[in-house]
Ligand binder design. Structure first.
Ligand SMILES: NC(=O)c1ccc[n+]([C@@H]2O[C@H](COP(=O)([O-])OP(=O)(O)OC[C@H]3O[C@@H](n4cnc5c(N)ncnc54)[C@H](OP(=O)(O)O)[C@@H]3O)[C@@H](O)[C@H]2O)c1
Length: 267
């Protein structure tokens, strides 16, 4: 792993690159986290996204990073409705990770209240980038408002062939402001798109792009939009980590291949 790859979250642009999501996977299972993070490092992934909301996933990640912390950038979140609770979450994260490369305000929770002290922590260097996330289309307007403050370097939104509302205003705004975009749910909400795989012959047009599986086609569809920096698929199956990572390598799809993925995703 080159220093350039491990430093991605320090740069203005992140990708295009594949990371590892952790919702509903690690939970408090540190052994599983160890296998998944081991597979991620092996596959050259350099970012893991987590949150205090994910049932013990942060602690499991910390244990999985023992001895290989420098290989992975930690993207976690503050999910708190009071400043005191936010402080407690960051204190725990600093104990676990030493530093947080990307701190995101989860689901815009009390973002106006949390922002001032997070900016101070960023100044102190305990936080690298600051970001903001939300899973709902109805929150896109407020996400845009947060981005316009000029204080956030990343935004995380759903983006897959079945969830494209961010294309209307948020992606153009992020591009205009130079804000990196992280695609959550790249395989569909709870993996809803990946469970309905097209027949192998229908995936043939994607093979020249290094794509062998439907999951890879969906991930490459997202990363082939130049405004997307990072996709963070989650899996409980270590062998799928390398499969997903392979979608983060060029060549990228053109409009024709992206359109075909959209057609296939419609079923
Ligand atoms: N508000 C927020 O900030 C927010 C909200 C939602 C998500 N997120 C972040 O985004 C991440 C991704 O979203 P997500 O977990 O909802 O959805 P996702 O990653 O798009 O889909 C996860 C599902 O895809 C399956 N999967 C993964 N790789 C596969 C492969 N190669 N082949 C077949 N199936 C595969 C997994 O099943 P297996 O385990 O069986 O592989 C799992 O059921 C989350 O983990 C979290 O880190 C953030």
């Amino acid at each position: 792993m080159t220093p350039a790859r491990t430093r991605r979250l320090e740069e203005r642009r992140l990708g295009p690159v594949v990371g590892l999501g952790t919702w509903n996977t690690f939970d408090a299972d540190a052994a599983l986290a160890g296998r998944l993070v081991g597979a991620a490092v092996e596959a050259g992934l350099c970012v893991v996204d987590t949150s205090p909301m994910y049932d013990g996933a942060e602690a499991s990640l910390a244990s999985a990073l023992a001895g290989r912390r420098s290989e992975i950038d930690v993207a976690t979140k503050i999910w708190a409705y009071s400043i005191a609770e936010g402080h407690e979450q960051l204190a725990r994260q600093l104990d676990w990770f030493g530093r947080v490369e990307l701190e995101q305000i989860h689901n815009l929770a009390a973002w106006r209240e949390q922002l001032p002290w997070l900016l101070e922590e960023q100044q102190r260097g305990r936080i690298g980038r600051l970001g903001v996330t939300h899973y709902a289309s109805s929150a896109l307007g407020e996400l845009a408002e947060a981005l316009r403050t000029g204080h956030f370097q990343t935004v995380q939104v759903p983006f897959n062939p079945g969830e494209r509302d961010c294309e209307r205003e948020l992606l153009p705004l992020a591009e205009e402001l130079g804000i990196a975009v992280i695609a959550m749910r790249p395989l569909g909400a709870a993996g809803g798109l990946v469970t309905r795989s097209p027949a192998p012959r229908e995936l043939e047009p994607f093979r020249p792009f290094g794509v062998e599986t439907w999951a890879q086609a969906l991930l490459k569809w997202a990363l082939s939009d130049e405004r997307i920096d990072l996709v963070i698929p989650a899996t409980r199956q270590p062998e799928r980590v390398a499969e997903n990572a392979a979608a983060g390598r060029p060549p990228w799809f053109g409009p024709e291949e992206r359109h075909l993925v959209e057609e296939l995703a419609r079923g």
